[in-house]
Design a protein around this ligand. Structure first.
Ligand code: SF4
Length: 321
């Protein structure tokens, strides 16, 4: 059983940007979430009693504003808690457009907007567009759950100082005097982030557990999920690329209430330690790296190499760019 505090809906893996630190392959076949997925999640609320937040992210959620508004409105018919979205702000070509879109999001039922601003997004998204979003947000009253997401490199990462300095300058530029807070998550070694988190250091021992599950909710005990990701295909994931069920095959409430680390060999191995996934990968595959940046890196790269053997649990392809 997972005691859900929240759900992140991945409305699309597609994006108009292809940032070098992204979790996903954002240029795969195009798809956008149907409101039917929301209906299937909320059809039995017995597992949602403790939930207080929903978040909609991507890819880029504003690729289809009207579809996004439908999803938000659908969630709002079932859920009175906080609904946040993440966006890269590409759509805010002028202050007027920014204001209009943010008003539309507010009318649909959003309570907070996270907009990205860092050296990686800056390669694709004009800084002025992000500034337009920040300005409109500061006027919108949507300040409770709104923030600027400025991804940083850990200090021991190659070129970290350069990346972080540029991100800092960008952040000051887009914020101006507006009181919108910052979140500064570090690049995770999942997806493309694994390519950026260099140098690789070592193999992490079997005594090192997975503690980053649901990391956006803060450090938690080993393998103790408190949230799930629901993607555009109906996959339910406890970490990006680890599927515990699909709501087009099994009711959502059943997936959540029946969750156990023993439901699949891979998940029980992972719950023991990501090292055991590495050992499994070594057994099945040659050419597995022998050094990793952190335990998530070891977990992710080992999982990536095992995808063909466990396609039902290790997917979808967009989570293994
Ligand atoms: S990548 Fe692996 S080790 Fe890291 S949080 Fe996810 S499941 Fe845990």
């Amino acid at each position: 059983m997972i005691e859900l505090s929240g759900i992140t809906f991945i409305a699309s893996y597609n994006c108009n940007a292809h940032c070098r630190h992204c979790f996903f392959d954002t240029s795969a076949a195009y798809s956008y979430m149907s409101p039917e997925i929301i209906e299937r999640v909320y059809e039995d609320r017995s597992v949602l009693k403790k939930m207080f937040w929903n978040h909609i992210s991507g890819g880029e959620v504003m690729l289809e504003p009207d579809s996004l508004y439908d999803i938000i409105r659908k969630i709002r018919t079932h859920f009175s808690g906080d609904i946040g979205i993440s966006t890269n702000g590409f759509w805010a070509n002028s202050p007027e457009i920014a204001e209009r879109r943010i008003q539309e999001l507010k009318d649909a039922g959003v309570s907070g907007i996270a907009v990205s601003s860092d050296t990686f997004h800056d390669e694709f998204i004009p800084c002025q567009n992000v500034a337009n979003v920040v300005h409109a947000l500061s006027q919108s009253g949507l300040t409770r759950h709104s923030y600027i997401m400025s991804t940083v490199c850990n200090n021991d990462v190659l070129h970290a100082q350069g990346y972080n300095l540029l991100s800092e300058k960008l952040a000051q530029k887009v914020t101006g005097d507006y009181p919108i807070p910052f979140a500064k998550p570090a690049i995770r070694s999942i997806g493309k982030g694994s390519l950026l988190n260099l140098p690789k250091k070592k193999i992490f021992s079997k005594h090192v557990a997975c503690t980053e599950l649901s990391e956006c909710l803060g450090k938690r005990g080993p393998f103790n999920p408190a949230m799930v990701y629901v993607d555009v295909y109906g996959n339910i994931m406890i970490c990006y690329g680890i599927i515990i069920g699909n709501i087009f095959k099994t009711p959502f409430a059943q997936i959540i209430s029946n969750f156990s680390v023993n439901q699949h060999k891979l998940i029980s191995n992972l719950a023991r330690s990501p090292h055991s996934i590495y050992a499994l990968a070594q057994k099945h595959k040659s050419g597995i790296p022998n050094k990793f940046y952190d335990v998530c890196d070891m977990c992710y790269l080992s999982r990536k190499s095992l995808r063909e053997i466990y396609p039902k649990v290790l997917g979808p392809a967009e989570c293994y760019p």
